[in-house]
Ligand binder design. Sequence first.
Ligand code: ADE
Length: 232
Amino acid sequence: MRVDILTLFPDMFPGVFATGMLRIAREKGLLDVRTHDFRRFAKGVHQSVDDKPFGGGPGMVLKPEPVFECLESVLGDERPLPKMLLMTPDGAPFTQKTARALVREPRIVILCGRYEGFDERIRQGWPFEAVSIGDYVLSGGELASMTIVDAVARLIPGVVGHGLSTLKESFEQGLLDHPHYTRPASFRGMDVPEVLLSGDHERIAAWRHDEALRITKERRPDLLRNLPERSD
Ligand code: ADE
């Protein structure tokens, strides 16, 4: 998968891309992620990328020209256009379902905003899908884009060592994850539930499902309303 990120702060990214799962995905050749500083396309001595809003009001607005020219340089003649995402708090909520859909895309272009907003013609001129990572306002889309790349990259087949582990974890079955334990079986007076030591796979599966339900009911009851039918 190829990901191109348009940003005014490319220095925020190298540490994240050189660490953990994203590093592995890149080293295996399964993820090619690049950043593009669209300030390079800004005109004038000050190379300004933002300006005061028409109609007045506080804050600054991202100008359309540097973004359009950077997109044209990144995309060249490539048609059809790849999946294009705009990071903004007024976008559609990003969920595990979104991540599962995005992992099928061979290429994704992500535009990170800064300042108070984008000139609306950026949305008019390009088929962006606006995406939000939550109901709060970040100072820019960079952290949001990293979140999305991380969540998607770990779903690329071959990135996570044990393919089943991404299927079993929180949200994939519509439930939060069950508790996990490893050795030692007894630690400072706290014991691993007996069933997990029993070797009885059916009982273990039932216990895990019950625990996942209990935890979801307790911590995120809203998830239970959208629970899919169990297929097993
Ligand atoms: N940019 C600023 N806040 C954001 C958010 N919550 N999600 C995505 N992009 C953003």
